[in-house]
Structure formats: C-alpha cells, structure tokens
Design a protein around this ligand. Sequence first.
Ligand SMILES: [Zn+2]
Length: 304
Amino acid sequence: MSDRKCWVDHSGIVLDSVDGFDVIHCESCGFKHIIPIPDEEEMTRIYTRQFHAEYKPLMIQHQLEDQQWYDATNKARLEAIEKQLKRKGTLLDVGSGTGFFLNEAVKQGWEAKGVEPSDMAVEYSRSKGLDVEHAFFDQECAESIGKFDVVHLWEVLEHLPDPAGMVNLCRQVLNPGGLIVIGVPNDYNKLQKILVNDMGEKPWWLTPPHHINFFDRTSLERLLRRLDFEPLRHDITFPMELFLLMGKNYLQEPELGRECHAMRMELELNLLRTGNSAVLDKLYDSLAEAGFGRHTVIMAGKKD
Ligand SMILES: [Zn+2]
C-alpha cells in the first residue's frame, strides 16, 4: 500500500488500515500514528474506567504472579537511571498503573510519586501505601504536582492523542539536569515485518483506538530532540517476536503467551540473580543496535 492520506494537519503514506483507522507515517509528527486521532474526551473515558475493567482484567493477578521478575527488572532500570543521574532523587511515574515500578523505586530509596487516571489502579496502589495522584497528567496537574529529577513514562506515549504535548508537560516538571525515561512498544520492527509480510500474520500490534502512535528508537529520539531533550541511553526489552518465529504462536493460541513470558522471565532472572546483569546488558545492547526489542526505552536529559 502506498496511498497518501491527510487528516487535519497530519499527512503521510498509509502503512495499514484497520477498523476504520489508517496508520500513516506522519511527515509533520515524524512518527507513525493512526488517523483520525481519537479525541481527548474519548481517551479520558477509556482510561478512567473501561481500560482496566475490560481490557486488562487479569493484569493485577498476573503482575502478582510475576512479582519477582517485575521487582528485579524495575530494580535494574532504576539502577540504570541512578547511574545516569549520578544519584537518587525525586521521581514522578506518569501512568503509574498498579504501582509496581513506584513501589520498587521507594524501596530503592527514591522519593517517588505517581499520577494515574484509572480509579481501580489508584485504589490498588494506595492500598500499598504509595503516593499516587488520581488524575490525568495535564497542564493543571503539572502546575500543582511539584518538581522532579526524573519523569518515567512506561507504555504511555503510544496511547496519547498528543504525545509531544505530554513530553512538554514532563519537561515542565523536571528540575534542571533532570531525566525523562520513556518506554514504548518498538513497532513495525524487522521481526514483526517478517511475520506479517512473509509468514501471513496480521499486524497484531494495531489496536485502535487504544494504540494511537507507533515509535521506534529513531522516531522517539527525533521527537525528544525536537522538544529539547538530549538522548543519553537506549535500552530494549526482550524481542518477544522471537517466540513466534520459534513456533510458539501466542497470537493464534493466546494461552501460549504466559508460557513465552515465563521463558523470557527465566532468562532475565537467571542472569540478574546470579550477578550477571552486565551480560544481560551486553546481550540486549547488541539486539538494540540491530533494531530488535519488544520495547524501545530512551533516557534523555533536559537541555537548559
Ligand atoms: Zn501526525
């Protein structure tokens, strides 16, 4: 497909079309996103109630089952952040969900706060004693929440109608020399393309209206540079598509998803708990260099 489409001031080549939405490689934004872009009101409705209740019913249960792995990987991410910042400090987790990252941050000695729109997730994290504001992180919230050394956004930007606006808000609450840490799905990657173009899978990562934007390392770094951040470090998460290529088709048989996830956790836990995190870093660095990884994770410094 090589049609071009325009919507308001967004235009570009159409990559896919699904459920009444087109994915374009937007020339004005510099990353891929769906058009039409759902409006803020629709997104508010989805994320305050519907998302957790209908789309992620098993999330907390699975997170509790996998707690050891969450804690170990969150700890590793926090250590990487500390290395970059050269100290611990204040941290804001935007879209803190059920609070697993926040909880680990507090445990590691960070002064950590969350912002989360989902009432169910807020209730759960507050029951764990975490400091979470029940709100969308918008202009009003940014003006009252205080200043931080680190702002962390995990699986947030891909869901927002205006990701650049969100990064600007984060910039606003960052102290001088502060860091933004963003993790987003690494979509339209080489392994996904092989599975779709050569092996007959449907592009399963397209789930409008929930998933609006599609980033990779290049487009995320470009966005950050445009908004006066300097990318400092790049990480990935395990390229889950490898399981599909190894015959564990969790797209066709969703019950295999947990099995694949368990294998990936085993790999990471075996390396982390034996003190071999440097080996894990090296493995993932080489995969990252080649453009692989389920998520792309960027740490970037606020330019003055
Ligand atoms: Zn655009």
